[in-house]
Design a protein around this ligand. Structure first.
Ligand SMILES: [Zn+2]
Length: 96
């Protein structure tokens, strides 16, 4: 179901889903119970909803990936690998 935007005079925009064939002209605000008229925008296609922003950022990353100009700093020089001194660990299988 598409999202429709209503506007409460007190609380601002309120988004609700309705079937396209059954969209009321007013709803009661979920916060203050005031009558909130439907905005002319109709079904939501604007970019302010979190879902829409996520979709846009995902599409953007496919076409315009962030450019990396150098390798990340090497970790081995700064922090040498920790070596266990526990003799039981000597018996564990080793990577090939
Ligand atoms: Zn309200």
């Amino acid at each position: 179901m598409p999202l429709y935007e209503f506007r409460c005079a007190q609380c601002g925009p309120v988004e609700r889903s309705f079937p396209m064939s059954d969209v009321p002209e007013h709803i009661t605000c979920p916060r203050c119970d005031a009558a909130s008229p439907r905005r002319i925008t109709g079904a939501v296609l604007h970019g302010s909803s979190p879902a829409k922003r996520l979709i846009e950022s995902t599409e953007r990353s496919a076409h315009e990936p962030e450019v990396v100009s150098s390798l990340p700093p090497a970790r081995s020089a700064a922090s040498p690998r920790k070596v266990s001194r526990n003799p039981l660990h000597q018996k564990l299988p080793r990577p090939e």
